[in-house]
Design a binder for this molecule. Structure first.
Ligand SMILES: Cc1cc2nc3c(=O)[nH]c(=O)nc-3n(C[C@H](O)[C@H](O)[C@H](O)COP(=O)(O)OP(=O)(O)OC[C@H]3O[C@@H](n4cnc5c(N)ncnc54)[C@H](O)[C@@H]3O)c2cc1C
Length: 395
């Protein structure tokens, strides 16, 4: 038994036989070949911020933390090649030095690029796709230890599969991503009541570049968060402004999270979001308010076409519930989950959920196409574990 691995929230612990940290693509190839020759399996991990057991393995765990940094950037083409072990924070700073930035970030920027892309990590914004949509091309070490290179221009289906691939097609070793000229954003946080927020929700989502809100079950109040180009900030007459700041986008979109929590999140068709929120709020006020003081978060994302993207081909409302990492979350999440799932919700791959096999495949029109690509690349299941056999309904 090797050293214990623990995810960020502490809710996932396992002891891989070995943890490998290759420093180059050729070292990564050697690791993969050795695992295959020994008849073993392996999983690749990013920064360990997923709380579903995507990275869990009793065999070989591979971390690319030694393969980090922006390799090159082309401001004219608005593209960059970035190593997958780069954290989003490091990538933001290195791109900024070259006058570039990515189109959005999620709530934090500590994830590795490979991990964030691997699960379809998203921020908020009606017109902003998740971070996987940045992926234009890649180099990947496949189960036979070979390096393949693919680009959206030549093999769009492959990239659409790779964009949200959970480390099951191969291990990214270099990522070609879409970037844009660096830009500043005006961040504002507002406090208001649930009624005002919900009555104005469509407008808030439409008029702000990035908009989300937190609802607090104990106070029954909401905090609105908006990000806009500095000279295009709409005012919100029914809310009290709590704080504001203007900064370069990569330094202001994400926040630091010190308190540890577990989270369940579902992406629903945009139109289903308000009713889902109202039902979650009612259920929490009726049953969970005493135990759960943690906020519920409402966000939006643009549609995309990655085969396993929770925003696949639909405008999306995203609802997530949180619970303190030191407290049991199972009963609370299980009580809320059907409200979200019943509205054709697709769970965030990296957060807690209980869906498996056919419950998932029916949510993804290109599920079989993805599985075919996966089988061709990894016929012997080098990157599979019991969790994935269950998740993908493999015999
Ligand atoms: C505090 C906190 C805040 C969060 N905020 C958000 C948010 O705002 N929006 C959101 O959508 N999610 C959010 N998440 C979830 C998080 O972004 C995802 O779980 C993300 O995948 C974590 O990235 P990671 O680097 O930790 O990857 P890991 O969790 O370590 O891995 C995630 C997946 O990526 C795969 N992977 C990693 N590296 C590679 C590689 N090189 N090649 C191929 N596959 C690879 C892994 O095999 C795994 O399947 C948050 C999580 C936490 C704990």
């Amino acid at each position: 038994m090797g050293e214990e691995f623990e995810n960020w929230s502490g809710s996932l612990r396992f002891s891989p036989k070995r943890i490998e940290k290759p420093e180059s693509t050729s070292e990564l190839q050697q690791v993969v070949r050795r695992v295959a020759a020994d008849g073993g399996t392996c999983r690749v991990v990013g920064k360990g911020h997923s709380s579903s057991p995507l990275a869990k393995t009793e065999q070989t765990l591979i971390s690319l933390e030694e393969m980090s940094g922006v390799e090159s950037a082309d401001p004219e083409a608005c593209e960059a090649w970035v190593r997958p072990g780069t954290t989003l924070e490091q990538m933001g700073e290195e791109l900024l030095e070259q006058g570039l930035a990515v189109h959005n970030l999620g709530d934090v920027n500590v994830q590795q690029l490979g991990g964030a892309i691997g699960t379809g990590t998203h921020g908020t914004g009606k017109h902003l796709g998740n971070l996987s949509t940045m992926l234009l091309g890649l180099r990947m070490v496949t189960a036979d230890g070979e390096v393949i290179e693919r680009h959206i221009e030549e093999d769009p289906d492959f990239i659409r599969a790779a964009r949200v691939s959970l480390g099951t097609l191969g291990i990214f070793c270099l990522l070609r991503i879409r970037v844009q000229p660096a830009y500043k954003l005006h961040r504002q946080e507002w406090c208001t009541g649930v009624r005002d927020c919900m009555e104005n929700l469509t407008d808030l989502i439409e008029k702000n570049r990035n908009f989300d809100f937190y609802w607090y079950p104990r106070s029954d109040e909401v905090k609105l968060r908006t990000l806009n180009p500095p000279d295009e900030t709409p005012s919100i007459p029914f809310a009290d402004l709590l704080q504001e700041q203007v900064e370069w986008a990569p330094r202001i979109i994400a926040k630091t999270r010190d308190l540890r929590f577990d989270e369940m999140e579902y992406c629903m068709p945009a139109a289903a979001g308000p009713a889902a929120f109202r039902q979650v709020r009612k259920r929490m006020l009726e049953r969970h308010r005493r135990e759960v003081g943690w906020r519920t978060l409402y966000r939006t994302t643009a549609p995309d076409d990655a085969m396993l993207s929770p925003s696949y081909k639909r405008e999306t409302s995203v609802l997530s519930v949180h619970h303190n990492a030191s407290l049991p979350h199972e009963e609370f999440f299980a009580d809320i989950e059907p409200i979200l799932h019943d509205r054709y919700g697709r769970p965030h791959w990296g957060k807690k959920h209980n869906l498996r096999g056919s419950q998932l495949s029916r949510l993804y029109p290109e599920w079989e196409k993805f599985q075919k690509i996966r089988r061709e690349l990894d016929p012997d299941g080098l990157f599979l574990t019991d969790y994935f056999r269950d998740l993908f309904d493999l015999q």
